[in-house]
Design a binder for this molecule. Structure first.
Ligand code: FMN
Length: 216
């Protein structure tokens, strides 16, 4: 196949596998998130915990990339990264983020907005210590988001650290750890026929989740 814009323009799906009624959506959006997540796992969605993380710099310019969700509870959604990365610097200046999950097999999207905080050192260490040694070394070896001369630079750093660690797990570096996105808005989107999709939206108002329906 050869790329054409005409092909792109004609690329469309009509969604018809499910519906989303207010009454079927739990009044607690975190409970609802877990319910949909379980269904994504059962449906064998590829990397169901992959989510787009959008941040913005001080000037409000947006930036987005995929990260992996590594924990959810009533307090929020957790992921791990390098605090000195582009996203780390942006979150330091502007601690607000949006998360988006798209589970195409289920014709579902979840959007989350919230305030971001660093996880405490102990929680980050606990998770770091569960990672395979190669991932631990990779986290130390990679100055995430910085310009590097070539791939060899990275591979040599990795090999050097691997030899030093001698097969033993290594300590979490100070610049690596977790964040929690404390949600203030969570929206559940279910694709429907003729673009008349269902959108059930939760907003945190004075500590209570308020559920409404949004036009698609
Ligand atoms: C499926 C997938 C999962 C990823 N998971 C993570 C992750 O959990 N943490 C992370 O720092 N980067 C993860 N990345 C890499 C990021 O998308 C990104 O390239 C990196 O974090 C640098 O982003 P930044 O320069 O905006 O900080 C993942 C990428 C993909 C495609």
């Amino acid at each position: 196949m050869q790329f054409t814009n005409e092909f792109l323009q004609n690329l469309r799906q009509d969604y018809k596998s499910a519906t989303l009624d207010e009454a079927d959506v739990d009044n607690n959006p975190i409970t609802q998130f877990k319910k949909w997540f379980d269904q994504a796992v059962d449906a064998q969605v590829f990397e169901p915990n992959a989510m787009t993380l959008a941040t913005a710099d001080k000037a409000g310019r947006p930036d987005a990339r995929i990260v992996l969700l590594k924990g959810v509870d009533e307090n929020g959604f957790r992921f791990f990264t390098n605090y000195l990365s582009a996203k780390g610097k942006e979150l330091k200046r502007n601690p607000y983020a949006a998360l988006v999950f798209f589970w195409s097999d289920l014709e579902r999207q979840i959007r989350i907005e919230g305030i971001v905080e660093k996880l405490d050192k102990e929680t980050s260490e606990e998770y770091f210590n569960t990672r395979p040694i190669a991932s631990q070394i990779g986290a130390v070896a990679s100055p995430q988001s910085q310009i590097i001369p070539n791939r060899t630079f990275l591979e040599e750093k990795f090999e050097e650290l691997k030899t030093k660690s001698d097969g033993k797990s290594i300590a979490k570096p100070a610049h690596w750890g977790g964040y929690i996105v404390k949600p203030t808005r969570i929206e559940f989107w279910q694709g429907r026929r003729s673009r008349l999709h269902d959108r059930i939206n939760f907003e945190l108002i004075k500590g209570n989740w308020v559920k409404t329906r949004l036009a698609p």
